[in-house]
Design a protein around this ligand. Structure first.
Ligand code: G6P
Length: 619
């Protein structure tokens, strides 16, 4: 949610910042901007700001042939919170004297009070944003209190309530960047040539350096070509920077010949699931290795309840996990939207185990919910994809999904990797607790280990799914229905369709259809049933008949060889036979492909759907 990038070093800064913005565009894309300090030889340096509503490409068009030269620049791609997406509200923001420029990700909650005070003191603010007040506040600290930039930023941040990741430059200090964060991520890259990079995540940095420092909450960093990197807390405490090695590779954040990141990521699933289970399942020994659980086994063994927290697709993975964990561990499970959980005075007990699921590891609501759970004494286990992310660091222990970078805003491979990891957790805990007999445990592990090949089989039907998609791209609504393990898949299928094609879609438990959604069914209504041959198959077939009787256009996801549903449905997509508990890993794949192709046929921007952002770092 908003992408931040900055460069300071020996190279021309503008191309590096633009390249970084393109990589970060999945975080927000309603406006983009850069600020650069241009050296004017014997004349004073100039702070040049160029910003534009729209995408990075619109910014580049706006800049045209103008040469923006300089070795220090900041860039921003915005997901609007305060004020509509327009040129004025785009970042960077300057303060009155045109000396400093600032980019911000997050929300300054007390901005209107600060703005009123600034107005009274004669500042004139141009935008509707909360961010601009920070630029003015910093400027006031510099001139009013004669603080240097670092201390001025620190003093200004002390007055701020809310979340921020900011980078500030001062044209009188062209060898220095100031960066600070609270509840919004920032990574600092340290180039071998002495250059500094700052970004919301590592994707703009990885092509230049693998040495990074993750800024922690309420820390402020001075990146200075002469003095190096210095970090302090907002309250001026000493911090020793810890350098980490980035694990992502450049190829993993490029499209590799695919039309879109989403399609690439759908096709990566056999590999990403393999990566999620690699080193964790040992079929020879018949065991799962998960240090994050084993090192805290007393918590799991004595857990009276498992509470799962997440948002969006991660919440759907949590629902699948509820079925898995209750079936295999017999521990009661509750799944909560992190955003609701944190504001409703929830009951949390010290013998609760909380599983927080997040692809990005930065979702503000999930992060805040974790803090609530920790304060109440619960043990918090993270299932994150992004290594080193805030949630991964905030949790007591956890397991990375290792799906690799997911760039498409609609989550695909992260979802299946989350389910793969959550399946391993359920099987491991169930076995260790004695709820799962060895023979069944080993059989399930073997099945899970074989899932990547089965996903490959599903992907081979992509052309047939495209053909089906071409019959539904004019739809205005769609209903997704499933039961048992397939109910969360129905929710996820509907979410995928609405996110990227803007077709209104709902997911429902198939049996609940009779209590409302059946009223929507007419000859035009596409109804997608997820109906593999599982425990509730017969029941779902009855539900399919009920829709058929009312004229719905039926697509069904079925187990290969199914003849019964094939006779009723207009279109069927087969998935290989597999145990009920693992079938979501297969059945969601055709739904991803269907949504993808429908969105492409409708001319939608699949990787960057309107109004959405990949990583929601504001409440
Ligand atoms: C956003 C993304 C979704 C994602 C959700 C939760 O809405 O667009 O794809 O599922 O955030 O994100 P997380 O990173 O916590 O899984």
């Amino acid at each position: 949610m908003c992408g931040i990038v900055a460069y300071l070093g020996p190279k021309p800064a503008f191309p590096i910042v633009i390249e970084g913005l393109k990589r970060l565009e999945y975080r927000g894309y309603d406006s983009a901007g850069v600020a650069i300090i241009e050296s004017k030889g014997s004349l004073p340096d100039e702070l040049v700001v160029r910003k534009k509503k729209g995408k990075v490409s619109d910014l580049l068009e706006h800049i045209g042939d103008e040469k923006l030269t300089g070795n220090i620049a900041i860039g921003h791609t915005r997901w609007a919170t305060h004020g509509p997406p327009n040129d004025v509200n785009a970042h960077p923001h300057r303060a009155g004297t045109d000396r400093i420029a600032l980019i911000h990700n997050g929300i300054i909650e007390n901005y209107s009070a600060i703005k009123a005070t600034l107005n009274q003191r004669g500042h004139s603010l141009l935008s509707d944003t909360d961010s601009e007040v920070l630029a003015h506040l910093i400027e006031e600290m510099m001139f009013g209190s004669e603080l240097d930039l670092f201390d001025a930023v620190r003093a200004a941040l002390k007055q701020v309530v809310g979340a921020y990741a900011i980078v500030v430059i001062d044209k009188n200090n062209p060898t220095r960047l100031i960066a600070a964060r609270k509840s919004s991520p920032l990574v600092i890259g340290m180039g071998e040539d002495g250059a500094f990079y700052v970004a919301s995540d590592a994707t703009p940095i990885v092509s230049y350096t693998k040495n990074v420092v993750y800024l922690e909450d309420e820390e402020i960093a001075s990146l200075d070509l002469n003095e190096g990197l210095r970090i302090r807390t907002i309250t001026n405490g000493e911090v020793t920077p810890e350098i980490h090695a980035l694990e992502i590779e450049l190829e993993s954040i490029e499209k590799a010949g695919y039309e879109h990141f989403m399609l690439k990521e759908i096709f990566e699933q056999p590999q990403s699931i393999r990566d999620s289970i690699r080193g964790r399942i040992n079929l020879k020994l018949g065991e799962v290795k998960m240090a994050g659980i084993d090192d805290h086994w007393d918590k799991w063994e004595n857990a009276s309840r498992i509470l799962i927290l997440g948002c969006g697709t991660s919440w759907h993975a949590g629902l699948v996990a509820e079925y898995l964990l209750e079936e295999f561990t017999r521990i009661p499970v509750e799944v909560e939207y992190a955003s609701e959980f944190r504001y409703r005075n929830p009951i949390i007990r010290p013998d609760d185990v909380v599983i927080a699921i997040s692809q990005s590891g930065e979702t503000a609501d999930t992060l805040a919910a974790i803090k609530t759970a920790k304060e109440a004494g619960a043990h918090v286990f993270g299932v994150c994809n992004v290594v080193g992310s805030s949630i991964a660091r905030e949790t007591d222990s956890g397991a990375y999904t290792h799906a690799g970078p997911e760039i498409g805003v609609a989550s695909t491979k992260a979802f299946t990797s989350q389910i793969a990891v959550l399946s391993m957790i359920a099987l491991h805990v169930g076995f260790r607790k004695g709820c799962l007999p060895r023979e069944r445990f080993t059989r399930l592990l073997t099945e899970l280990n074989g899932i990547p090949e089965l996903v490959e089989t599903v992907l081979k039907q992509a052309d047939a799914i495209d053909e089906i998609a071409s019959k539904f791209d004019k739809a205005e609504n769609a209903l997704y229905l499933g039961r048992g393990y397939q109910f969360p898949v129905a929710l996820e299928g509907a979410l995928k369709l609405k996110e990227i094609s803007y077709i209104h879609a709902e997911g429902y438990p198939a049996a609940e259809m009779k209590h409302g959604p059946i009223a929507l069914i007419d000859d035009d209504m596409p109804v997608i049933f997820i109906a593999p041959r599982d425990d509730v198959y017969e029941k779902v077939v009855s539900n399919i008949q009920e829709v058929k009787a009312r004229g719905g256009r039926l697509i069904a996801i079925v187990t290969e060889g199914d003849k019964d549903v094939a006779q009723i449905a207009d279109h069927v997509i087969e998935i290989p036979k597999c145990v009920d508990a693992l079938a979501p890993l297969l059945s969601v794949v055709p739904l991803q492909l269907l949504s993808y192709r429908i969105a492409v046929l409708r001319g939608c921007n699949v990787d960057q759907p309107r109004n959405l952002a990949k990583s929601v770092t504001v409440e």
